[in-house]
Design a protein around this ligand. Sequence first.
Ligand code: ACO
Length: 443
Amino acid sequence: MNAKNASAKKSASQAVVTFVDTPNKRSFEFPIIKGTIGPDVIDVRKLYAETGYFTYDPGYTSTGSCESQITYIDGDEGILLYRGYPIEDLAEHSTFMDVCYLLLYGELPTQEQHAKFEHDITYHTMLNEQINYFFRGFRRDSHPMAIMCGVVGALSAFYHDSTDITNPRHRMVASYRLIAKMPTIAAMAYKYSQGQPFIYPRNDLGFSENFLHMMFATPCETYDINPVLSQAMRRIFILHADHEQNASTSTVRLAGSSGANPYACIAAGIASLWGPAHGGANEAVLNMLGEIGSTNRIKEYVDKAKDPKDAFRLMGFGHRVYKSYDPRAKVLQAECHKVLKELGITDEPLLDLAMELEQIALSEPYFIEKKLYPNVDFYSGIILRAMGVPTSMFTALFALARTVGWVAQWNEMIEDPTQKIGRPRQLFTGEPERKYVPLDRRK
Ligand code: ACO
């Protein structure tokens, strides 16, 4: 599934950086590798062998963990490109299937390729019927993300024919299955928590429409799909489809680097996404807006966020990479207004609260100095809530949209001839070797 665009390859430049080890009066040179855009990297792969030093970068703030041709972010300018295409253009014009194909194969599909891909994904949406019984082992009030971690991890027990990661055909089948089945699993997790029967996928519907159908239809009643809502769902899926080497994607790559099967790797990605500092933030934003309750309490919460002694943070604000407005948040802010208008919601206190909070936070020196802007999670929750999606499902939707990014990155990693098991080292600050003391002599 390599990108066809060979011109977009890295080039090792002649440039080097010199590392001077003053205490030992030695100096070393390390090559600089240039990408097509974005910061160049210092190739430190031989650093330890040549110098005896490791690099130290907890949280990987200055570390490029891999070479990739999939997604590019310019955090200062607020630019996000999938395979070179701006996210705004894809959100405006593309189908989600277009974007999935683009992320997986590196090029937008022709009409014929699009039709085949959509057909292949559609005809993988149903789950093995035995998986229904697996669901029944969960408590009825389980969080959908807990169910997603478990069920997706368990897929490897149901689909043995696609777990040989050295076989490109197996990898392709597993990738299609994951993209296709994730909406079914997410909707089933919701239905299970509601005590409602599972709704099977319908092959006459598009990806977003099918998800809405599986979420909201019941055996007693069809769900009339509003095109404005399915359009918003399509945009949410596209905006969340990939985001280069974020925590969950890095988790998928790290899990996969040991040769683990794809279903286990994606389950690991789901677990990482769940955290409130990552995908769990969309749920946390709504909980926070609910807690703030009214506009006259905004100042109190902004002050709490600014207080270094208070652990509270404004959820949906700040990003490791974006130091300007997250381009995905801009698209979603506009989408939010469209959805509320379509649904005739003229008075949505949470939206009013969110917009005022955004204005106040953006004019506060604390947020300006630290370059904290709304991120993708700030508006997505309000849209989803207006559509009738419960808060506990927000991160599950994020996971289903991000699955294509995870599998694209996982495939790219396996096809990379330089790929090795991911194995960071550490700065050890514990006890050096000491003598064992038997229990009866310990004080
Ligand atoms: N509210 C208040 N202060 C904040 C916030 C916030 N939301 N985010 C960062 N800060 C402050 C920190 O306290 C820190 O201040 P300091 O330098 O005085 O210690 C400074 O800004 C830098 O923050 P870090 O945590 O060092 O930045 P990092 O890049 O590690 O974290 C993160 C990024 C996790 C997204 C952070 O901004 C955050 O917790 N935001 C809220 C949660 C959220 O919305 N997550 C969703 C991210 S998008 C996604 O994953 C899809």
